[in-house]
Design a protein around this ligand. Structure first.
Ligand code: SAH
Ligand code: SF4
Length: 368
């Protein structure tokens, strides 16, 4: 079984491997290009390489560390949710969201990647938080979700991936080494500019500092959900370690160093964080930080009595944000970037997932 991850192998590792098979260094460029072609789904498809070399590389490198197990469509096909299987049988979610070109905007295709199998932060409104942390994803597993999604988009006649958000399962900055390596590979080899990548965090301060030190100008999204420590301690338990003031101070320094505006995520939960006081607190924090606010009405999940507020309450909350830059994400049908861990949880409920996180074969209906 090949064990070396192909997508995160450095240029010199590829040159060395090629040299061992008597191939010149310039083939590394050909190989690197082939890795990122959405219509190439295995070594056999790398037609620019000699057949013998393709076989030799296949014995040494793993073409992809993720396999698309299930594809589900939402939003009339504009959202494609993928359940990706990893080498050890664990599964993670990857979502591709297609936005057609408008009068003054270009087509976008945003891929939402997972960074961990589960999550240790344990936000009570989040399906992934309810799983606990099973393990970190490797850099290759993060990068290969983007390659797999690009392949699925291509197969459906859609264009290339234009944006990436680290908003799937897991806390990317609790897995900072793999997250940073994946960012570096995606921007260097994958052709995605750092300005089109967003890393979302619940507030892992050392991770934000590492991201700033990397110098890659990605957008930082801070999952705020509460404007006071008292409420945030309950909604985002890592707040007990890194309080609001510490997180916001670190986020402001990140904005200064990277030159990128930070965004604040707010999962709006009926009767929990939808008061006028919380809205005014959020508005003031966002003004001070010059941050953009994304409000996401909560998606109901198994195991939580909470849900989105009544429409009138949501309108009142949004009204109190007037003056700030706000986007409301409509989660109807697609719920793509809000459905953290939910596709997996849905499948778990249908018993396709085993309790240890591995995937059982699809159930065959019993014959009458
Ligand atoms: N762990 C990181 C990134 C992944 S979560 C973070 O928390 O930022 C990505 C986003 O999905 C977060 O903003 C989170 O609050 C949101 N989310 C999680 N569960 C949700 C739910 N049930 N409804 C709506 N948004 C949810
Ligand atoms: Fe983890 Fe983010 Fe879910 Fe919180 S919202 S449990 S940090 S994945």
């Amino acid at each position: 079984m090949p064990t070396r991850a192909l997508s995160t192998a450095g240029a010199s590792a590829l040159v060395d491997a090629l040299a061992r098979h008597g191939e010149p260094a310039w083939r590394a460029r050909q190989l690197q290009d082939a890795i990122w072609q959405p219509f190439v789904s295995d070594f056999e498809g790398m037609l620019q390489l000699p057949a013998a070399l393709r076989r030799e590389l296949a014995a040494e490198f793993e073409f992809s560390s993720v396999v698309v197990d299930t594809e589900m469509l939402a939003d009339s096909g504009a959202t494609i949710k993928l359940l990706c299987r990893l080498g050890d049988g664990q599964t993670i979610e990857t979502v591709a969201m297609e936005t057609p070109a408008g009068a003054d905007s270009r087509r976008r295709s945003t891929v939402c990647v997972s960074s961990q199998v589960g999550c240790a932060v344990g936000c009570p409104f989040c399906a992934t938080g309810h799983m606990g942390l099973r393990r970190n994803c490797t850099a290759a597993e993060i990068v290969d979700q983007v390659r797999a999604a690009a392949g699925v988009l291509h197969g459906r006649g859609l264009g290339p991936v234009t944006h990436i958000v680290y908003m799937g399962m897991g806390e990317p900055l609790a897995n900072a080494a793999a997250t940073l390596e994946s960012l570096s590979v995606l921007t260097r080899n994958g052709g995605i500019s750092a300005r089109r990548i967003t890393v979302s965090t619940s507030g892992v301060v050392p991770g934000i500092e590492q991201l700033a030190a990397s110098g890659m100008p990605v957008t930082l999204a801070v999952s705020l959900h509460a404007a006071t420590d008292e409420l945030r301690d309950r909604l985002v338990p890592i707040n007990r370690t890194y309080s609001l003031g510490t997180v916001l101070g670190t986020a402001s320094r990140y904005a200064e160093q990277s030159g990128r505006r930070v965004s604040f995520e707010w999962c709006l939960i009926g009767g929990v964080n939808d008061s006028i006081e919380q809205a005014e607190g959020l508005r003031d924090l966002a003004r001070r930080a010059q941050a953009h606010i994304n409000v996401i009405p909560m998606n109901r999940i198994e195991g939580s009595p909470w849900g989105p507020p009544e429409p009138a309450v949501a309108r009142r909350f949004l009204g109190a944000l007037r003056g700030a830059r706000v986007t409301v994400r409509d989660t109807r049908g697609g719920d793509a970037d809000a459905a953290c861990g939910q596709l997996r949880a849905d499948l778990e409920a249908r018993r396709i997932l085993r309790p240890d996180g591995t995937l059982s074969p699809p159930r065959v209906p019993a014959r009458a």
